[in-house]
Design a protein around this ligand. Structure first.
Ligand code: FAD
Length: 301
């Protein structure tokens, strides 16, 4: 560990690692080493890390469960702030649930179900964290996390804690104010018993039938285009792209909007597939596909 990493470690309760392979922390299993990989144990640890980042002018990015992100093969010449179970408290009181950003959606759903409620079940099978889900406004065609959240606590890059009401979060289709302003989501407050009772088994069955589960992937790569009467997956499928391979990466034969890592895929392979898919869809259908996947560059987000 170098001098500055030791210095940061001395200021934190959590953990600082150097040269941490990012492939270990993403569902695509791709990504070279990060110069600094911080696992904060508290919000104070995040504030200390932001001080460190500001002092040294380093690039930084927050990582949740890594289920919608592509890191470069060269790794990341900056600081990854990984939010996980050490910031994953979930508290239910009355008709409210408060969940920290590092909690998994699966844990949130199961705690809500333990109260006999099924109104968060629409999120079943989404492998992200609460923070990542709020940033991405994760969901399914019939509902998104913005339907059940009431408030979000977040940090600005300057280290100011702000609380935003749901209507101030500018949630949109896979979009939020947190993405626009690079805010760090710390916790969400959710209303219980407001949504409908979902059919969990049916939702899981639908996923199993349509998605390549159990193979490394980042979920959907492209956003569904606006004003077009077809999903990104359909446009890719109808252009004959299912099954296309570059190196170890492949457009899933099961779901054309999923890129899977069939073993040894590099970020270059994935980026090349993305380029091909985009240009073929543009040529065939005249539609410019936009990324849902967060593609991180080596020296910045
Ligand atoms: C098999 C599979 C199925 C999926 N199905 C769905 C689906 O049905 N619906 C859907 O919406 N998504 C789906 N996804 C995609 C993904 O799970 C969601 O986008 C999820 O919300 C990402 O959460 P995460 O914690 O993994 O975020 P990450 O992948 O870790 O991060 C995603 C982005 O959010 C930022 N971020 C993460 N946490 C924070 C935070 N606390 N503060 C600030 N920024 C943060 C990151 O910097 C990055 O830009 C699927 C993925 C897979 C692999």
């Amino acid at each position: 560990m170098n001098e500055s990493a030791r210095e940061l470690q001395s200021r934190l309760r959590g953990l600082v690692k150097t040269h941490e392979p990012l492939a270990r922390h993403t569902s695509l299993r791709i990504g070279g080493p990060a110069d600094y990989f911080v696992i904060p144990a508290s919000v104070d640890d995040i504030l200390e890390t932001l001080d460190f980042v500001r002092d040294r002018g380093l690039p930084w990015i927050v990582l949740g469960n890594g289920t919608n992100v592509l890191f470069p093969d060269e790794g990341y010449r900056g600081v990854i702030i990984k939010l996980g179970p050490s910031l994953g408290r979930i508290e239910i009181s009355g008709d409210r649930v408060r969940a920290q950003a590092g909690a998994s959606l699966a844990a949130l759903i199961s705690q809500v179900r333990a109260r006999g409620l099924r109104d968060f079940d629409f999120l079943v099978g989404i492998p992200g964290s609460v923070g990542g889900a709020l940033v991405m406004n994760a969901g399914i065609p019939e509902g998104t996390i913005s339907d059940v959240v009431t408030r979000v606590g977040a940090l600005t890059f300057d280290g100011k804690f702000i609380t935003l009401k749901a209507e101030e979060c500018r949630f949109g289709y896979r979009a939020s104010r947190f993405q626009e302003e690079r805010l760090i989501v710390i916790e969400g407050e959710f209303a219980l018993g407001r949504g409908k009772a979902w059919d969990r088994e049916e939702l899981l069955r639908r996923r199993k039938e349509r998605q390549p589960l159990g193979v490394p992937s980042p979920g959907c790569v492209f956003r569904n285009p606006v004003g077009v009467n077809a999903t990104a997956g359909q446009l890719l499928d109808w252009a004959g792209l299912k099954g296309l391979r570059v190196g170890g990466a492949r457009i899933s034969p099961k779901h054309a909007n999923f890129i899977v890592n069939e073993g040894g895929a590099t970020s270059r392979d994935v980026l090349q597939l993305i380029d091909i898919a985009r240009s073929v869809v543009l040529k065939y259908w005249g539609v410019e596909l936009k990324l849902e996947l967060a593609v991180v560059e080596t020296c910045g987000a």
